[in-house]
Design a protein around this ligand. Sequence first.
Ligand code: PPS
Length: 197
Amino acid sequence: MSENIVLHDYDISRSHRNKVNGHESFVLWFTGLSGSGKSTIANKVEEELFYKGISTYALDGDNIRSGINKGLGFNKEDRLENLRRIAEVGKLFVDAGIVTIAAFVSPLISDREQVKQIVGKDDMIEVFVDTSLEECEKRDVKGLYKKARAGEIKNFTGIDAPYEAPKDPEIHIQTEHTEVDEAVQYIINYLEETHRI
Ligand code: PPS
C-alpha cells in the first residue's frame, strides 16, 4: 500500500448490492487465441444473462485497448499490465454487483493466475475457448494472421508469441465441435448448476 493512503469502508457493500440485484457477482473470463470466438460467445452469453434480468457488463480486448489501456502493446510486460488493469476493473465491477464478462487472449498461465489473484479465486470462472491455430488462421476474420505471417505484426499470439492453454478451466469449449448457441447454453447451464445465477 502506498504511503498516506487510507482505505475507507462504505456502508453499502457488495452483499447489499447482490441482495438487491437478486444474484451473485463474478467474472466470467474467456481466454483463447485471436479469432477463436471469445467475443462472439461472450457477447451471446451476456445477452442471455441480460434478458434473464441479470446485471451484466462486458470488457473486451479491442475496446479496452482503445480506452483505459490505450498505449499498451503486445510484448510480455504490456500484456501483463493490460491484464492487471482489466483484473482491477473486473474486481470493481464484481464489487458493484455486476456479472462481468471479460474476453481477452490472456495467453500465459501466469497472466491468468495474476487475474485470479486480483479478482479472487472464487469470483473468477475461466472459460477456455479452444480453437486450433489452424482454424483461427483459416478464419482470419481481421486479416491479422496474414499480417503476422508476413512479419508485419510482431509478437502475434500463436505465431511468434506463445499461447498456454488452461490446464483446468471451469468451462472448456471446443469450438470446432460445438455450435455457438450450444456453447452459450452450456455456459448458462454451468452457471445455473453451480448456483451462480
Ligand atoms: S492480451 O494478450 O490479453 O493482452 O490481448 P487482448 O487485450 O485480448 O487483445 C487482443 C486483440 O488485439 C488484437 N491484436 C493482437 N492479438 C494478439 N497478438 C497480437 N500481437 C495482437 N495485435 C493486435 C487482436 O485483434 C485481438 O483481438 P481478438 O478479439 O482476440 O481477435
